[in-house]
Ligand binder design. Structure first.
Ligand code: CTP
Length: 412
């Protein structure tokens, strides 16, 4: 028997970011969700119903007086596995916070008992207005996940917080809530955390480098989930696949191990938690050849390598009281021992508070959207991390960090 696809209601409110909901819809349907789109009447001023109908394969209505015998204003919400509202405008959030039911979307929000995700998009002034702040707090206190918006260019020349997070990011967070409805509590509010991600590149000459296969997806998921759990996040990003910058995260770029080391030490100063998810090169060429190495010589020159500093060990050494340091270990295991055995050894050697162990090989961990492994604690705790999205693994890491944080240090 094949499992039914998750049923997602995609609410679209009337703002210019409504055009991005078409891409979100496509991502949700292509990843196997059955999506029904509920635009508000003003959303249809921006995007036509035909676009949503074609992409979802479902009819699109705004009011409660269409198809009355099927009672859609009650049924759609009752039967949904997830409601996503993107974009959520100030007006839509005000109506939802008030419990209004004056169109099909708001009526469905009242009948839904599944996780609800709002992705706000509006001008910075509207986002920061006390009325909107109060509505966001009301919705969050009722268990609605209201995302932090991204910062950047808004309509016209304005910039600031209020941009819709990238549709790929909203789709990832939607999948996370389907996997784990309680993955995004606001428990990191007032905390400052630092995450490294991606693979470093050690230059051989102006065009070549020694690199690795890290896509950066796990580190980006850690940063994204921490930001949506309320933390102020610095993401030190080495080279990655083409990933959108997570909303509400400060991104610092670092190419080589040496650059990443400097950026991590600077960012870790005063942070509550530091997570080393980057794949850092253990060795670098002793010297950088200034000109492109030519193949004219009969025999290639041997490569001379020098050892890079172990940044995780250094961060553990410099750890401030109460700071939680998390490492990652990608292990294959061998004829003598399995990956978990080597993970336990690595935790002891590195001295960090938590270590995520991923078994690699056979298409696992690298360049994939999913991940699994074990979460080991310096206190001897061991948790199995079942196969799931990298966001799901990130949510378990932040759970373990949150219980280790010193309650006195949160700046509220
Ligand atoms: N790490 C680091 N600096 C390095 C190498 C690794 O900070 N120069 C960090 C990684 O970010 C990760 C952890 O150390 O959090 C483990 O990385 P891994 O490559 O698995 O371990 P190594 O120390 O390189 O051990 P080995 O290659 O022998 O398995």
């Amino acid at each position: 028997m094949t499992a039914l696809p998750p049923r997602v209601l995609l609410g679209v409110a009337g703002g210019i970011a409504a055009y991005k909901s078409a891409e979100l819809l496509r991502r949700l349907t292509e990843s196997g969700h059955a999506v029904r789109v509920l635009p508000t009447a003003s959303a249809l001023e921006f995007v036509g119903a035909a676009t949503f109908e074609a992409l979802s394969g479902q009819p699109v209505h705004t009011g409660v007086f269409t198809d009355v015998p099927a009672v859609p204003h009650v049924k759609l919400g009752q039967e949904a596995d997830l409601v996503v509202v993107a974009p959520a405008t100030a007006d839509l959030m005000a109506r939802a916070a008030q419990g209004r039911a004056d169109d099909l979307l708001t009526a469905s929000l009242l009948t839904a008992r599944c996780p609800v995700l709002f992705a706000p998009a509006m001008h910075t002034e509207m986002w920061e207005h006390p009325a909107t702040r109060a509505n966001v707090e009301t919705l969050r206190s009722r268990g609605v996940v209201v995302l932090e918006p991204a910062s950047g260019r808004l309509t016209g020349k304005d910039t600031g917080p209020g941009r819709l997070p990238d549709p790929a990011e909203i789709a990832d967070l939607a999948r996370l809530l389907l996997e784990r409805p309680d993955a995004l509590p606001r428990d990191l509010t007032g905390r400052r955390v630092v995450v490294s991600a991606g693979g470093t590149r050690e230059a051989l000459d102006p065009v070549r480098y020694l690199g690795n296969r890290s896509s950066g997806r796990q580190g980006y998921a850690l940063a994204r989930v921490a930001a949506q759990r309320g933390a102020s996040v610095t993401l030190v990003s080495a080279h990655t696949a083409d990933l959108p910058a997570p909303a509400a995260v400060e991104v610092v770029h670092a190419g080589s191990a040496a650059e990443l080391r400097e950026a991590m030490h600077a960012a870790a100063n005063g942070a509550d938690a530091v997570v080393m998810a980057a794949a850092v090169a253990d060795f670098r060429p002793v010297s950088l050849v200034e000109h492109k190495i030519k193949k004219t010589a009969a025999e290639p020159e041997p490569l001379h390598l020098a050892k890079n500093a172990d940044i995780l060990v250094e961060l553990v050494g410099a750890r401030e009281p109460g700071q939680v340091v998390v490492g990652f270990a990608a292990e294959t295991g061998d004829a003598d021992h399995d990956a978990l055995h080597y993970g336990r050894e690595k935790l002891a050697r590195k001295g960090c508070d938590l270590l995520v162990v991923n078994a690699v090989g056979d298409g696992k961990a690298f360049e994939t959207p999913d991940n699994a492994g074990w979460l080991l604690g310096a206190d001897g705790g061991e948790t199995v991390l079942a196969m799931g999205s990298k966001g799901l693994l990130a949510s378990h890491v932040w759970d373990a960090v949150a219980v280790r944080l010193d309650p006195r240090h949160a700046d509220t």
